[in-house]
Design a protein around this ligand. Structure first.
Ligand code: VGL
Ligand code: ZN
Length: 198
């Protein structure tokens, strides 16, 4: 059994003052840094959208942030412009220790498809390559932390469980957006999928 820590989207735009601030998002950084030392492999993810991305409300006439729209792959929440490639908002939180990272995976780069999960874009079929990276290193057990519990952590955990990884989400080192009960739904869904929530 080889374990990896996957740190989801600890970026300025998801922290207070950012474009899509998750309440208390910066409060996990110290604990995440300390946790890295306990794992033989550390992977960071980075939401990394081109300007004008189709998940942005500004790309849809008449839509506001947090409205939804129908995309070819299903219903999509529309977000404030966030994590635009090369911007300050897309950078990792300045206090996140990125030195222990074996790999940094960027997602959401395709202008036409959002990607909450570290494993697949929101069509749930286009892979990011992370599965292959983990399997070729013999990694079977994953611990997830980061932002946001009910979106990118949730989707990543569900995909990882579906792929057969043993998955733990350390909820004390996650923070949620919580749109219309999305946090409770995410917790129920992860538990039903066999993800351990601690
Ligand atoms: C996320 C919404 C849009 C996340 C990313 O990291 O949870 N949420 N893009
Ligand atoms: Zn995004």
């Amino acid at each position: 059994m080889t374990r990896a820590l996957i740190v989801i989207d600890v970026q300025n735009d998801f922290c207070p003052g950012g474009a899509l601030a998750v309440p208390g998002g910066d409060g996990i950084v110290g604990g995440v840094n300390r946790l890295m030392a306990d794992f033989p492999a550390v992977i960071l993810t980075q939401d990394w959208h081109p300007a004008g991305h189709s998940s942005f409300a500004t790309s849809h006439a008449g839509k506001s942030p947090y409205d939804t729209t129908e995309m070819p792959y299903g219903t999509q929440v529309l977000w404030p412009d966030h994590c635009i490639q090369g911007t300050k908002g897309a950078q990792f939180h300045a206090d996140l220790n990125t030195n222990p990272a074996d790999m940094i995976i960027r997602k959401g780069c395709n202008p036409a498809i959002d990607s909450y999960s570290a494993f697949f874009e929101n069509d749930r079929t286009t892979p990011t390559g992370l599965e292959g990276y983990l399997r070729t290193r013999g990694i079977s057990d994953l611990t997830l932390v980061g932002l946001a519990t009910d979106f990118c952590v949730n989707y990543s955990a569900l995909d990882a469980a579906r792929l057969g990884f043993v998955v733990t989400v350390q909820t004390g080192l996650c923070r949620a957006i919580d749109l219309d009960g999305s946090l409770a739904a995410a917790r129920d869904g992860m538990t039903a999928a066999g993800v351990t929530l601690t």
